[in-house]
Design a protein. Structure first.
Length: 199
């Protein structure tokens, strides 16, 4: 099962951190971070989450890359050149490379988010006529990627689709009990009074 710490670890790895740094980011102590990082990197839940998130991101990225490509490439090149000119003198240090990669990744993510316009967001909101359909969609899309989110969506959706056992009122209970008992020993219906005024 993908726990919160495992998810934080996987997200830190996606940002470009080392296994040790990702374990510290996930909340493990610095003393055990090296061992935990190695263990979590081999964990089947973490690797499955990373695989699913990469597959999910490729679908999103193919749509967004057409709109963002030129701006992102320009920003990435300027950011890398700036850091290479100012921070790296003669030797290329691995820690500086990680800093450059993390800054470049954060800039790329912010640029991608900035490209999605308000018009696109409003069209996404109005695609569903019913809020229950939105919750159902969230539940179905995140079943494999984030089971906790899917479970939360299902819990929010359940009261609208299923009633609790003790939810009905006293009168409804009496009617149901009378129907159930009435099938076996039903009383005779009252006589119908027919008044004929024609003489």
């Amino acid at each position: 099962m993908l726990t919160g710490r495992k998810k934080k670890f996987a997200q830190a790895l996606k940002k470009g951190m080392t296994q040790r740094e990702a374990a510290i980011e996930a909340g493990y102590s610095e003393k055990t971070a090296q061992v935990k990082g190695s263990q979590l990197a081999k964990d089947p839940d973490v690797t499955a989450y990373l695989r699913r998130s990469i597959n999910g991101n490729t679908k999103v990225n193919t749509h967004l890359n057409q709109k963002v490509n030129s701006k992102v490439n320009f920003d990435v090149n300027t950011e890398v050149n700036y850091h290479l000119n100012h921070e790296v003198s003669n030797k290329v240090n691995p820690t500086i490379n990680r800093k450059i990669n993390s800054r470049v990744n954060s800039n790329v993510n912010s640029d991608i988010n900035a490209v999605i316009t308000d018009k696109e967001r409003s069209s996404q909101v109005h695609d569903y006529p019913d809020p229950l359909a939105v919750i159902a969609e969230i539940m179905m899309k995140n079943k494999d990627i984030d089971p906790k989110l899917s479970l939360d969506a299902a819990a929010k959706l359940a009261p609208y689709l299923c009633s609790k056992k003790g939810d009905c009122g006293k009168k409804d209970e009496k009617k149901k009990a009378a129907k159930k008992a009435g099938n076996r020993f039903s009383p005779m219906p009252p006589p119908k009074l027919i008044i004929n005024n024609k003489g």
